[in-house]
Design a protein around this ligand. Sequence first.
Ligand code: GLC
Length: 567
Amino acid sequence: MSESSQFLTTNNPAAEWWRTSVIYQIYPRSFADADGDGLGDLKGITSRLDSLASLGIDAIWFSPFFKSPQKDAGYDISDYRLIDPIFGTNEDFEILLEKAKSLGIRIIVDIVPNHTSDQHAWFQAAINSAPGSSERAYYHFKDGKGVNGELPPNNWQSIFGGPAWSRITEADGSPGQWYLHLFDSSQPDLNWENPAVADEFDEILRFWLRKGVDGFRVDVAHGMVKRAGLPDATIYDENLRERPISNLTMQEAEEAVPYWGQPGVHEAIRRFRRVIDEFEDRAMCAEASMSPLPRLAMWVRPDEYHQSFNFDYMHGEYDPAAIKKIVTDSIVEYTKVGASSTWVMSNHDGIRHATRLGIAPENTPRPGDGIHPTDPAPDEALGLRRARAATSFMLGLPGSSYLYQGEELGLPEAWQLEGKYRQDPTYARTKGERIGRDGCRVPLPWEAGVGAANGFNTTGESWLPQPANYRVFSRNLQEGVAGSTLELYKRLLKERKLFGLGAGAFRWADEYQDKNTLAYINNGVLVLMNFGPDAIALPAGEVLVTTQHDLTAERELEHDQVVWIKL
Ligand code: GLC
């Protein structure tokens, strides 16, 4: 038997829910707006939950809706136990949770332990206390270098651009210590070497677990613990972002980028895990931008996270050999540590895949950079066709899949947004050089022509304006329409569940594959993807679902199309 026709997973009907779920990410600012102020809210979400149930998802992950000055769209939290009034109240959340449970939908909330808002009471207490105080010990406060402490303590750079340190003015008006912020200056990094910080988070987790949430997505899960002494970074691309480390050994990477993937982070994770395990059937997913895969797999060992996002899959090339390798490596590496793989194509930090896949690889911006309105226009028809194919390929894989709101409509990136609307701190911190992530965060179109925001609310207000081309993607224009992206997603999710593909027995199907196609079999379902250029003959068997709306037994599968066939 050739290596690639062996089963890489075996059928596991008793799999825990997170191993097989389809988890839909809601970006609360942009999902649905009940009060019409232009910013989404919890009541809006509750009113639209039925449509998610009809889509067929298993769980929702909410990007943060906690009290926040909204300097980084809610990833700057000033109170971890309170819903921000712009989204509603804690009671609104309880109502939402109850309705979701009644529909059989689990709820995952986003926890941000790497940093708080500078408006958090802990940070306010820190800047109002003396250097060396226990209040300052919640964060990374350091004296500056230089004769008068006028230089930052080390060379680290913010992920959003510019230095990762800002200097405060002490209570007596003198220039003071510096504090670390790997992201915006409004997001000071917590000091996880301080046991008091870990104690606080134990209680924050318990607070939401007692309310009945099913789990957490953990933000910047690879960055919480910094290397002792905060030494200079030695790998240095302009922004010291994470990608270049993938070619190094583990130890080299830990030394080169002293704030990502440090060994100490695993102790913090194990502590989270112990809290989670006090409750039944709960799970955590790590946002750990770590490469290569064997290193990332360390985050999901049995006493750490339950799963982690597979960013190598998301950022991978649209190419059969590349996809085959990343899928195989993912299953193999995660299986070694007893975890299941996750799959994802889009989220609130990247270019929507319906647009991304329409950009030539050499023009593809780096993750988080966004498309500049002056960049060459993406081929949106090709992008959408490939996105539908890529998702149809992904949803047949074993493991769990993450979907980002709006992708079920085939929504493109709003890359033409003018600078005056841009709110991502990356835009301001790089003076517009990196355009940032707003283009994937524009409110959803629900009903074509209902206000300027197509039913996002009835007032037409919208914190980021929808581009003109969003109207045709409105949900009501796709509902019940054969061949629409929405109906494709519904069908995929239905068949996926019916055939138990999340926990399925998976192998590559060499017998159906050549250099321009990929094929696998999962629980008796053949998933075949044609990357083109030529159309290919359709194998025998019942077509369960296909991206090629008019596919019949006499027809051939065209380029950038997928079919699921029951063998
Ligand atoms: C994560 C979030 C991103 C946020 C950053 C800082 O990467 O996904 O949206 O800006 O962390 O919290």
